[in-house]
Design a protein around this ligand. Structure first.
Ligand code: AP5
Length: 236
């Protein structure tokens, strides 16, 4: 019976729903969400060397240097909790990052199990990003129209009444993030297609419908990678 670390990648442009869906997959399957955006924002908040180097680049909507991002990802993915499996959200974003990830996983006897391309049109992305906000305490994500707290003004998860918006969620920066996506990241779809691990999901549907499609893809992969069908049977 095999047991490997399942590794699933969510690909997609800004606002496609990578973070929203990764969080739900994490809750459902016990996988660990690895968001390089979150890791970098944390580094900026702590004003670590990597954070200082990344701050202006992120505010401009451009991509942070491969060396910084790969080092941050490498450190996080090596933590023991990631043995449960990982959902990569926002990484890789360049061919160099994809090759670094392939090499990193190969060294551990692991591999990318699936790269799922979340497909949305540009108008929906802008709409989703412009309405996005998060809880200031626990980071739970919301949207002005598509995901409001159950009780107005209070976070569903922790009750906090303070919310915030990301510094890079203004119209100009979003446009630059889209340009960076089309210039650097969109081609990764081909990389994973050639590896035979690419799946497409129509992410124009509502959040729960997209999650249903993702669960159908992810459950068998997690079961197969961990080699423990009974233990991972969370379909009930
Ligand atoms: P990052 O944090 O990764 O941002 P992003 O890729 O631009 O993606 P977003 O977080 O904006 O969108 P998302 O797809 O997660 O959407 P979400 O689920 O929040 O990166 C930020 C910056 O960090 C980059 O610009 C770069 O500078 C740097 N960086 C990060 N990784 C890097 C890397 N690997 N290399 C180099 N630089 C890197 O959803 C958006 C909103 O829509 C939410 O409000 C949600 O509630 C709503 N929503 C979600 N799904 C749906 C749906 N189906 N229907 C309706 N509403 C929905």
């Amino acid at each position: 019976m095999t047991s490997r670390m399942p590794a699933i990648i969510l690909l997609g442009p800004p606002g496609a729903g990578k973070g929203t869906q990764a969080k739900k997959l994490e809750d459902r399957f016990g996988l660990v969400q690895l968001s390089t955006g979150d890791l970098l924002r944390d580094a900026v908040a702590r004003q670590s060397d990597a954070g200082k180097a990344a701050q202006a680049v992120m505010e401009a909507g451009e991509l942070v240097g491969d060396d910084i991002v790969i080092a941050i990802l490498n450190e996080r993915i090596s933590a023991p909790d990631c043995l449960a499996g990982v959902i990569l959200d926002g990484f890789p974003r360049t061919t160099l990052q994809a090759e670094a990830l392939d090499a990193l996983l190969r060294e551990r006897g692991d591999r990318v199990d699936c790269a799922i391309s979340l497909e949305v049109d540009d108008e929906a992305m802008i709409d989703r990003i412009s309405g996005r906000y998060t809880c200031d305490r626990c980071g739970e994500g919301y949207h002005e129209r598509y995901k409001r707290p159950l009780k107005d003004g209070a976070c569903d998860k922790c009750g906090c009444q303070k919310f915030r918006r990301r510094a890079d969620d203004n119209a100009d920066t979003v446009r630059r993030r889209l340009v960076a996506y089309h210039a650097e990241t969109a081609d990764l779809v081909e990389h994973y297609d050639e590896m035979g691990v690419l799946a497409h999901v129509d992410a124009m549907q509502d959040i729960d419908s997209v999650q249903g499609l993702l669960r159908d893809l992810v459950q068998p992969l997690v079961t197969e990678a961990l080699g423990t069908r009974e233990a991972m049977d969370v379909s009930a």
